[in-house]
Design a protein around this ligand. Structure first.
Ligand SMILES: *[C@@H]1O[C@H](CO)[C@@H](O)[C@H](O)[C@H]1NC(C)=O
Ligand SMILES: *[C@@H]1O[C@H](CO)[C@@H](O)[C@H](O)[C@H]1NC(C)=O
Ligand SMILES: *[C@@H]1O[C@H](CO)[C@@H](O)[C@H](O)[C@H]1NC(C)=O
Ligand SMILES: *[C@@H]1O[C@H](CO)[C@@H](O)[C@H](O)[C@H]1NC(C)=O
Length: 299
């Protein structure tokens, strides 16, 4: 190889990697979604800056082997308008590192095999016993584009309907009304999953891993101090864990016997951030920090 062609190869490879680094493998372009630009520590995966119509909308830490996210992180904004009709999207850059990084709606016809290999596709969920559970919910965003961008399968985990339409949805609504009423500045939210301890569960084709629990936490350092009694513990941070399996034991989240039958066993337990981090540490066998300095509100 001549020196000139070696130099060209070098330039070409370097350019290609700069492009891929922009969207997969690096949170740098979308750090603003994290409190103090500080992504959660202690979890390993593939960072995705979720881009739609050429704007970064939120961030996900994706697990390629699980074909589902560990968490999604976003800035809350008070919702306006109706939930968009679901138009499900995928991430071409997981299959082709040179792709431009915008999520793309699934085409009606057959899918590129590299896309199918690299991520979950609609067929994984169709006729399974799980619904598509948004980690970053459409309900927590104002603009139509921000809401539509949540409909990407890299922001979704297999979630039982009894959780998705029951206690977990109630949590999303409580967070909405609490933040809308008392958060005066930015609210950073991180929502993630807790895997089974052993004996992983999978969707029917053994491609997409099912989580045992979902968790969520927010950080709103600038809030209205005249909080009603019942919200004294809801600022500056607040966290919760929800069951995604009726059969789970009750150490982490106890089961209420008075819940409606279709929602029974999918309870959500609210807890301080420190308690959530303790459960994450136990299950991941690593210290997990969700927010910089536990969102201590030093600004
Ligand atoms: C889903 O199940 C229905 C009813 O059994 C069947 O008609 C349909 O073809 C299935 N769809 C897929 C994509 O497997
Ligand atoms: C979110 O909270 C706002 C403010 O309380 C409220 O107006 C709105 O109806 C809530 N949205 C949903 C979908 O619950
Ligand atoms: C704080 O909350 C109180 C009680 O709900 C309300 O009267 C007041 O207007 C709020 N202040 C701000 C800055 O939103
Ligand atoms: C829960 O246990 C029942 C009975 O053993 C079993 O049929 C079902 O598949 C289990 N559910 C999950 C999600 O493992």
């Amino acid at each position: 190889m001549s020196d000139l062609s070696a130099a060209l190869v070098l330039v070409f490879t370097a350019g290609w990697c700069v492009m891929c680094a922009a969207d997969v493998g690096d949170f740098a372009p979308c750090l603003q979604v994290f409190y103090k630009s500080w992504p959660p520590k202690g979890l390993a995966g593939t960072p995705i800056c979720q881009r739609y119509y050429n704007q970064y909308r939120f961030a996900s830490l994706y697990s390629r082997p699980r074909r589902s996210p560990w968490f999604s992180a976003y800035l809350y904004s008070a919702p306006a308008g109706k939930r968009p009709t679901a138009c499900w999207k995928f991430e071409p850059q997981l299959a082709y590192p040179g792709a431009d990084g915008n999520m793309v709606p699934f085409p009606p016809g057959p899918l590129d095999q590299n896309v199918v290999d690299s991520q979950a596709v609609e067929l994984d969920y169709i006729n399974s016993t799980y619904s598509r559970g948004h980690l970053n919910p459409s309900l927590h965003h104002q603009s139509h584009e921000d809401r539509s961008a949540t409909f990407t399968l890299t922001n979704v985990v297999p979630q039982k309907v009894g959780s998705n339409d029951g206690p977990w949805e109630a949590l999303e609504q409580t967070v909405n009304t609490t933040l809308a009423a008392y958060c005066l500045g930015e609210a950073h939210v991180v929502t993630g999953v807790i895997p089974y301890q052993s004996d992983e569960h999978w969707l029917k084709n053994h491609r997409v891993a099912v989580p045992e629990y979902l968790w969520s936490a927010y950080c709103c350092p600038n809030y209205n101090n005249s909080l009603p009694e019942e919200l004294r513990d809801a600022f500056p941070t607040y966290a919760a864990i929800g069951r995604n399996d009726r059969n789970s034991t009750e150490e982490i989240v106890p089961v209420s016997q008075t819940a409606k039958k279709q929602f029974r066993g999918f309870d959500v337990r609210q807890m301080p951030l420190e308690t959530l981090e303790k459960y994450l540490k136990d299950r991941f066998s690593a210290a997990v920090s969700v927010f910089y300095e536990q969102c201590s509100g030093s600004d």
